[in-house]
Design a protein around this ligand. Structure first.
Ligand SMILES: [Ca+2]
Length: 454
């Protein structure tokens, strides 16, 4: 037996494998879809859209039926994923978006450069999950939609991440990677121009990131822009590959487009999982798949009322699947009330990273819930989007918004159809008071930009 053969045999023994597994800290891959509705994938009841890879994640892990995000649209919801804090606490409680975009205003590079989209971002005093995990020795990467500000000081490389490839604003054209005519793809701190579909480019970069980090612990935040609508003036330009469009030509146009984006995303998820196996880290990686907010009118929100931008469940309750072989039971369905605020403390627990000093986190460590050892600690949640308000306490839901309001019992009325505010005035009053107390707490927290005068 040569020395090399001996070494190979020794490393193949169960004892050596145990040592190797113990020596290597676990990795985390957080995949976030964009505007994927509650019933946007097969394992959440969709009959039309084919998502075999995401469905497999659910059959190999735990699927949550009562997972909520902190805001019914992109930017603030993502700010909570990154900071573990309510948007009203971290300061990013509205969109980073130029209003003129909605009116199809054509920017030049020069006018765009001084617009809010280019100049505002998440307060640099906020500690991101990237910063926290990097301090614990992790290699950290962001691939996809950053949505935390486009000026250099707000970009991922300045916010605790070692690697960044993607776009920094809230939406692009899938092929030109422009936001209404302005080039928007970045590698690191530099804007670049590339050929290809955004989903394929993000997948290419993710696979390379996994390969490069096969020998050291990593955190990969992988926020795809699919199946978000394209930010293009040219509404007739194709935004997806013919092979995906072909599969859904029997569906109405808007829904067919969402379905094609979703299946393309699903293929990317399958490739990521295959690569984790190929680098030998499949069993040593916590993979989470979720969405940043509910689906639009061209999406599937299943039994839920409302859609993106609204306070009803359709705006804020989304799919969430967690997979970690040996730690999370296969095919588990969990109906506990949990939220995206739980990611930050959970990732600290998984990696052994210390909590950032002096930072109030709004979530709790979900690990024992994922392992089936405990029930969720979450009882309450509050939301605010400009004048729209909502609160949750147990199964009670209070809504006061432009789209309507009332008091709903989600345990018997998931579709928020029966307003019980007249029947249960004392609970209605209690919920309203709960929201007002939360608002006071947010007002009393240390002010953060960009919208609040700090
Ligand atoms: Ca979104």
């Amino acid at each position: 037996m040569t020395r090399r053969d001996w070494l190979r045999t020794a490393l193949a023994t169960p004892f050596a494998q145990t040592i190797n597994a113990q020596a290597r800290k676990p990795n985390i891959v957080l995949i976030v879809a964009d505007d994927l509705g509650y019933a946007g994938v097969g394992c959440y009841g969709n009959q039309q859209i084919k998502t075999p890879n995401i469905d497999r994640l659910a059959s190999e892990g735990m699927r949550f039926t009562d997972f909520v995000v902190s805001w019914p649209a992109c930017t603030p919801s993502r700010s909570s994923i990154l900071t573990g804090r309510y948007p009203q606490r971290n300061g990013l409680y509205d969109m980073i978006r130029n209003n003129e975009v909605n009116w199809k205003y054509q920017y030049t590079e020069e006018t765009y450069a001084v617009s809010p989209e280019m100049t505002i971002g998440m307060d640099t005093r906020e500690v991101t999950i990237g910063q926290a995990l990097k301090q614990a020795g992790y290699t950290t990467g962001v691939i996809g939609k950053w949505d935390g500000g486009r000026a250099k000081r707000f970009l991922p490389l300045q916010r605790g991440f070692d690697f960044y490839y993607g776009f920094a604003n809230t939406g692009i054209d899938y092929y030109t990677h422009e936001r209404y005519g302005v080039a928007s793809m970045f590698r690191g701190n530099e804007r670049i121009k590339e050929q290809g579909h955004a989903t394929d480019l993000f997948l290419r970069e993710a696979l390379a990131f996994l390969k490069q980090n096969r020998t050291r612990p990593f955190f990969l935040y992988l926020p795809f822009n699919a199946p978000h609508g394209a930010s293009t003036f040219h509404k007739d330009d194709p935004q997806e590959e013919p092979k995906y469009m072909e599969r859904y030509k029997h569906l109405p146009k808007g829904i067919a487009q969402t379905a094609a984006w979703t299946t393309h995303l699903d293929d990317a998820v399958g490739a990521i999982m295959a690569e984790l196996k190929a680098i030998g880290q499949d069993e040593n990686t916590l993979v989470i798949f979720s969405s940043d907010n509910g689906g639009t009118g061209a999406a599937y929100n299943g039994p839920l009322r409302g859609k993106k931008a609204q306070m009803y469940e359709g705006g804020i309750r989304v799919p969430m699947i967690a997979r970690w072989p040996g730690r999370i039971a296969k095919g588990a369905v969990n109906n506990d009330f949990v939220s995206s605020l739980e990611y930050f403390p959970t990732f600290l627990a998984v990696t052994g990273a210390p909590a950032p000093r002096g930072v109030k986190l709004d979530g709790f460590n979900l690990l024992s819930v994922l392992e089936g050892k405990a029930k969720s600690q979450r009882t309450d949640f509050c939301w605010q989007r400009q004048g729209d308000k909502a609160a949750r306490s147990g199964n009670w839901k209070w809504v006061d918004s432009e789209d309507g309001g009332g008091l709903f019992d989600l345990s018997t009325d998931l579709g928020e159809k029966h307003d019980l505010s007249k029947d249960k005035p004392e609970i209605y009053a209690k919920m309203k008071a709960k929201w007002e107390a939360w608002r006071k707490e947010m007002d009393a927290s240390e002010p953060r930009g960009p919208f609040r005068d700090y």
